[in-house]
Design a protein around this ligand. Structure first.
Ligand code: HEC
Length: 151
């Protein structure tokens, strides 16, 4: 039994501060666990050989079947699967099924393309790193194509 001040429910100021600090510490440890607890999170990059280079000005998925490079849809989805497994799955879940702690990427629609590419390039500032140096644009869109293929 925890008895502080002879009163189990009332904490004085100092004790409250200490309790708060411990809770914050536990909180940040579990966040770190979320980011690092699922094995190696070192981004693997993606070799996009066979896919055309995509310019930074493109803000919607160019590999979608009815899009500009739709003829690459199959290859993009296949490469994207690899890219997803090596760069995203450790946080967003295997086969794009989120365990609930991170957003389920299948819920993004084609209207969210610009949002998607922004998050992947810049990170979110809230637990997700930037992939600017690891994934080029065709890799990032290939991953989106894969996620759409399992939607
Ligand atoms: C280290 C863990 C981690 C990795 C690796 C990671 N993400 Fe994330 N991602 C997050 C977290 C946590 C959030 C939500 C919280 C936030 O906004 O920071 C998020 C949010 C997102 C969002 C915004 C979704 C929404 O509904 O708001 C997108 C898009 C996204 N991630 C795509 C990706 C892609 C694509 C990859 C792989 C290239 C990836 N993420 C890799 C942790 C990660």
């Amino acid at each position: 039994m925890f008895i502080i001040n002879n009163n189990p429910l009332k904490f004085n100021r100092k004790e409250r501060a200490c309790l708060k600090a411990s809770l914050m510490l536990i909180g940040s440890m579990s966040l770190a666990g979320l980011a690092y607890g699922h094995g190696d999170v070192t981004p693997q990059g993606l070799d996009t050989e066979g896919l055309p280079e995509i310019s930074k000005d493109v803000l919607s998925n160019p590999f979608r079947e009815d899009a500009e490079h739709g003829e690459y849809y199959e290859l993009a989805a296949e490469l994207g699967k690899k890219g997803y497994a090596g760069n995203c799955a450790n946080c967003h879940g295997i086969e794009a099924m989120s365990g609930g702690l991170t957003p389920d990427l299948r819920e993004l629609t084609e209207w969210d393309d610009e949002y998607y590419i922004g998050r992947v390039v810049n990170g979110t500032g809230g637990g997700m790193p930037s992939f600017k140096d690891n994934l080029d644009r065709s890799a990032a869109w290939a991953i989106k194509t894969y996620v759409e293929s399992v939607q």
